[in-house]
Design a binder for this molecule. Structure first.
Ligand code: GTP
Ligand code: MG
Length: 398
């Protein structure tokens, strides 16, 4: 099932090997690359009393409380046939939402194609207009050119129907997207698999963390959440509410607490308590880029004092409605931190869904999942064929 594919545990359900925590680095090694800034304060080896668990789940993390009926049913199918039927229903529900969400993008592309190729041969002028159409649909200049070049080779001079063009376009887009459609699988050997979630403010970081926590809980994993956006009291409160809803503990500090110290404490706690995944929320906007860079760098450095390869995933959350601006955000965040994958949110209601193609073509970073709504079940695996067909306004493939 699609849902399980994204959120299942990786192969080998082995417990985390009992490795001793790495010895702390000498203080002068900390922050060596951030030369002008003073070295970050050494976090205490034990959780500080200021760090609190603000949402505690029952002893065993239960399945995520607010699942959609179809998701809930999918976890307790009576028979294999039931399971298959549930799987199909779930997939149809998601596809309907994805299609509805991309309706504004697909209307633009669809009506553009219809107008362009009605009673017209695929000649140079038509292909130029086609390229423009793809650029205005946010696919980016490079992808647009590549796609149109392929059309030029395959169909130049031909009389083509609207349907043919859409089918061929969907196939080209899916080819671009396929290499980046990589599921996010927590590695059980890490225990916890540390996921740092970054992005500019309002893109959906906190909501995405909640969605991931809900789904991994439903898979029987134990996520722990860290309210690393310590600048806004409301951010802590928001994550706390999600923690209660998803039945997962939330580690928070006092207002304006040091986010790196908090992350350090949370990792120690997660290791002690056997959490499978540690999801660290971060502030989207500090005073300026240098501040944000220093903060993210410090979080990474202190995590590595305990677990040398942490964070195991650094997810950049992008809001699809920002269109081409998402590309600049990737560039900026990659200067700050080693982004390992993307999650694109708000594809519901965005006329700029084509930006996912531009992201894939430009960076080749994994797109782990897409957000198509505000609810816990609205984060879905990124399927290149479904996405491509929805984007150009075609029905589900038979
Ligand atoms: N329609 C829609 N709304 C979303 C989606 N993901 C998040 N949102 C909404 O976007 C708004 C911002 O989401 P947050 O999760 O608070 O974003 P954030 O990145 O944590 O924001 P800051 O903490 O301010 O940096 C909220 O109202 C969410 O409900 C999505 O996929 N679709
Ligand atoms: Mg937030």
């Amino acid at each position: 099932m699609v849902l399980k594919r994204l959120f299942r545990f990786g192969k080998g359900e082995a417990e985390k090997p009992a490795e001793p925590p790495p010895a702390p680095e000498p203080a002068d090694a900390v922050g060596a690359e951030a030369a002008p800034a003073p070295p970050p304060a050494e976090p205490p080896a034990e959780a500080t009393p200021a760090t609190t668990i603000v949402a505690e789940r029952p002893a065993e993390c239960p399945p995520a409380p607010p699942p959609a009926p179809d998701v809930e049913a999918a976890h307790s199918p009576a028979t294999a046939a039931d399971a298959e039927a549930e799987g199909k229903r779930e997939r149809r529900g998601f596809l309907a939402r994805l299609k509805a969400g991309l309706a504004r993008s697909s209307a633009k592309i669809g009506s553009g194609i219809a107008a362009l190729f009605r009673d017209r041969l695929m000649d140079d002028a038509a292909l130029d207009e086609f390229e423009e159409l793809l650029i205005t649909a946010d696919l980016g200049t490079s992808a647009a050119k590549r796609i149109v070049d392929r059309f030029r080779i395959a169909r130049f001079g031909a009389q083509v129907s609207e349907r043919e063009v859409k089918e061929a376009l969907a196939a080209e887009i899916a080819d671009i997207l396929r290499p980046v459609a990589v599921p996010l699988l927590p590695n059980p050997a890490h225990a916890p698999h540390v996921v740092l979630v970054v992005g500019v403010n309002g893109t959906g970081k906190t909501t995405t963390i909640a969605k991931l926590a809900a789904h991994w809980s439903a898979q029987g994993l134990k996520p722990m959440l860290v309210a690393g956006d310590t600048f806004r009291a409301a951010a802590v409160e928001q994550l706390t509410i999600w923690g209660e809803r998803t039945g997962c503990p939330v580690i928070a500090g006092p207002p304006n607490a040091d986010a790196a110290g908090l992350a350090y404490d949370a990792l120690a706690r997660a290791r002690k308590e056997g959490a499978d995944v540690l999801l660290i929320d971060t502030a989207g906007r500090l005073h300026n880029k240098a501040d944000l860079m220093a903060e993210l760098g410090k979080i990474v450095r202190v995590l590595r004092k305990q677990v040398a390869e942490a964070p195991h995933s650094v997810l950049l959350v992008l809001d699809a409605t920002t269109g081409q601006n998402a590309l600049s955000q990737v560039k900026v965040f990659r200067e700050m931190v080693d982004v390992t994958g993307l999650i694109v949110t708000k594809l519901d209601g965005s006329a700029k869904g084509g930006v996912v193609v531009a992201l894939a073509e430009t960076f080749g970073l994994p797109v782990h999942a897409v957000g198509v709504g505000e609810k816990a079940e609205d984060l879905r695996p990124f399927d290149p064929d479904e996405f491509a067909r929805s984007l150009v306004g075609l029905d589900e493939a038979a």
